[in-house]
Design a protein around this ligand. Structure first.
Ligand code: SF4
Length: 326
């Protein structure tokens, strides 16, 4: 019988799921994904974390509990230190496996693979992948093959994102589904800034992408921009931002402002997020100083109501349309 590995549909799932899935599948394991975020998942997450935790971490806890209840053999909770050279992720990612073990009772064993690319891809990274691979097989060739397949899957996934797909569309395509993008000519272009776990989780953000589409807009995210565009935007600031995804948000925001590829920008941040409050300030300040492209800032938490988001988005889209005709 296949070993079942649960992967929480939260946090960096939106960035790395295809690689993780292929890696475990190649090792002979079956991947079970937690259900889409729903009220119970959010409530369970809130109940099992401290009040001070940010919303995405609370939601992640809820997804772990969802998997625990589905009889998986392991739950994958990587300890993600860094995903690129000389930059870090926010400290919350480092302690995640320990926090989960300390807070949720009777959970299956956690696979706490450390992902640390701060010094680039090196032998320590390989050793860590091998350590996890050996949970499933002692055949080192099989582990190497799984690793290579995961890298290929990740590269393909990122190509789909660069082509203008959002994560759920790219994941569906990689799983063999046919996804047809609606033509977007004549729509307002909205730069949507935020961590993928905030802007792509339809439940916690009240399906903001669909709402923007319904109001006549099409979204452009940081994932869809070229690396060089983000680099350009980030380099406009005097100091290098050391958080990978904060820098991405900052760089994308500045590139969108300078290039004028969007009609307006919506920035989504989570309540309780220290890094985001700083990034949001920096992005907003520049937009307001230049006063050329309108920006709407939305903060989400577990109590966010749909009516508030609809009202603010609708008014924002009306403003953009009005701006187009004057
Ligand atoms: S960057 Fe912010 S939202 Fe993301 S895990 Fe850290 S504190 Fe939470």
């Amino acid at each position: 019988m296949d070993i079942k590995v649960g992967i929480p549909r939260a946090l960096l799932y939106y960035n790395f799921y295809p690689a993780w899935k292929v890696f475990f599948n190649e090792l002979g394991a079956k991947v079970i994904l937690s259900q889409k975020t729903n009220k119970k998942i959010v409530d369970d997450g809130v109940l099992n974390t401290v009040d001070e935790a940010c919303l995405p971490v609370k939601v992640f806890f809820g997804h772990v509990i969802n998997l625990k209840d589905r009889g998986v053999d392991y739950i994958f909770v990587p300890r993600i230190v860094s995903v690129e050279k000389r930059r870090y992720l926010c400290a919350k990612f480092l302690g995640l496996p320990d926090l989960i073990r300390a807070s949720i009772r009777d959970i299956p064993p956690i696979i706490d693979m450390e992902i640390d690319l701060y010094r680039g891809y090196n032998r320590n990274v390989d050793r860590e992948i091998d350590r996890v691979g050996m949970i499933f097989t002692k055949d080192m060739r099989k582990i190497r093959k799984a690793k290579e397949a995961a890298i290929i899957a990740q590269n393909n996934y990122e190509k789909h994102l660069k082509s203008g797909l959002i994560p759920r569309e790219a994941i569906r395509i990689m799983e063999g589904a046919k996804v047809v993008k609606a033509p977007d000519s004549g729509l307002l272009k909205i730069g949507l800034l935020g961590h993928n776990y905030n802007i792509m989780d339809e439940y916690i953000n009240m399906d903001i992408i669909k709402k923007i589409n319904d109001f006549g807009g099409t979204v452009i995210t940081a994932d869809m921009l070229k690396e060089s565009d983000i680099e350009y935007g980030a380099s406009c600031y005097p100091k290098d931002m050391f958080w990978t995804y904060g820098r991405e948000m900052l760089g994308a925001g500045r590139y969108m402002l300078d290039s004028g590829i969007v009609d307006g920008v919506v920035i989504v941040t989570a309540f309780g997020c220290g890094p985001d409050s700083l990034i949001k300030e920096m992005v907003e300040k520049e937009y307001k100083r230049r006063n050329t492209i309108p920006i709407l800032s939305l903060t989400i938490d577990e109590h966010t109501g749909e009516a508030g988001i609809i009202t603010r988005l609708e008014a924002f889209m009306d403003l953009l349309r009005w701006k187009e005709v004057v």
